[in-house]
Design a binder for this molecule. Structure first.
Ligand SMILES: [Cu+2]
Length: 345
């Protein structure tokens, strides 16, 4: 009897999860949008507009060589590979976005970022250890995309293609307070035109929704400082549970791989040999850029269905790495918090 009850319960749960949603996919529910960190996840109905603002803060602390932690003191000083290493960094980003559906087939999207980076470094000169601080801030690269509806079915599932381009509007010659150029990771843009293709699947049942997106960032040529950031590949899988008509909870897995830098910036390269190499840092090394990282994220979404704030959404997501393998020597990712507001009409 107990066995039968369990079986029935299992059957009921499975049925409720898989219970195909009647009619086409809809954005009009709290889990109608992906977790806030996923870009270009949804399309709009013809004539609709959407504005969004996101704030993201990423904290990085501790050094990694490949996938193992390494003590900064073992890397700097006489007879060691470097004179200086980063020990802590925070990257804060403000993102403004707009979407507009010009037809049932095409939704256009634009994004503008403002970045604010802070970094602490540990430096060794002779017997003395000291800490250095650096910061950079300003607008990043402007991104323009077209989302093309490939297919949508009457069971709540759909698939679309993302064609994006990133324009080199962000600065790549940010300098420290002493007038010397900052390392690659402190620059605000890629300096190259980048192609941003992606394929996005979405599905909904009465109480659940899911999505998958595979995409990339392909650098077109080199920038005017003679390098290009590594190409990037991204695979994201998420699922959400609709709790009420206004709230949903989401879980997300994200895998990103980005290659090292191709070419080098002559001014950054020159910093590596300043003071007979006593100022060299992995932050100046083109081979110490890019990484493989898998993250897990949890999110909460709120959707206002009626009243004065009808169509407004608020979302928060927390992400933490599950595994990370950096190229060369780099800071480890600690956590990422993202907050967002979206309004569609
Ligand atoms: Cu939108």
């Amino acid at each position: 009897m107990k066995k039968l009850t369990t079986k029935l319960l299992l059957l009921a749960t499975t049925a409720s999860i898989l219970n195909a949603h009647e009619g086409p996919w809809t954005a009009g529910r709290p889990d109608g949008h992906a977790p806030i960190t996923v870009m270009g996840d949804h399309m709009h109905a013809m004539g609709e507009w959407m504005l969004s603002y996101r704030y993201m803060t990423m904290d990085m602390e501790g050094l990694s060589k490949g996938s193992s932690s390494v003590d900064p003191n073992s890397l700097i000083g006489m007879g060691k590979p470097y004179g200086m290493v980063p020990i802590k960094m925070s990257m804060n980003m403000h993102m403004l976005g707009a979407m507009h559906a010009i037809s049932e087939k095409w939704t256009l999207m634009a994004m503008l970022n403002y970045l604010d980076n802070e970094m602490d470094m540990l430096m060794k000169m002779g017997m003395n250890t000291s800490t250095e601080y650096a910061e950079s801030n300003g607008f990043g690269d402007i991104k323009l995309s077209g989302l093309y509806n490939l297919a949508s079915w009457n069971n709540g599932q759909r698939v679309h293609l993302n064609f994006g381009i990133s324009a080199p509007t962000g600065s790549i010659d940010e300098k420290a307070s002493d007038g010397k150029i900052l390392g690659y990771g402190m620059q605000l843009g890629s300096g190259t035109w980048d192609f941003l293709p992606a394929l996005t699947f979405l599905g909904q049942t009465d109480n659940y929704s899911w999505g998958a997106q595979v995409g990339g960032v392909l650098r077109i040529g080199g920038n005017d400082r003679d390098y290009s950031l590594g190409n990037r590949f991204d695979a994201i899988l998420w699922g959400a549970r609709k709790l009420t008509d206004s709230f949903s909870l989401s879980a997300k897995f994200d895998y990103v791989t980005q290659g090292e830098i191709d070419g080098k910036d002559a001014d950054i390269e020159k910093r590596r040999t300043d003071n007979m190499g006593m100022m060299d840092s992995p932050g100046f090394d083109p081979a110490s850029q890019g990484r493989d990282i898998s993250t897990f994220g949890l999110g909460l979404n709120y959707y206002r269905r009626n009243g004065t704030f009808k169509g407004h959404r608020l979302a928060v997501e927390w992400e933490t790495p599950m595994s990370e393998d950096v190229n060369g020597v780099q800071l480890e990712t600690d956590s990422i918090w993202s907050l967002g507001w979206q309004y569609a009409w």
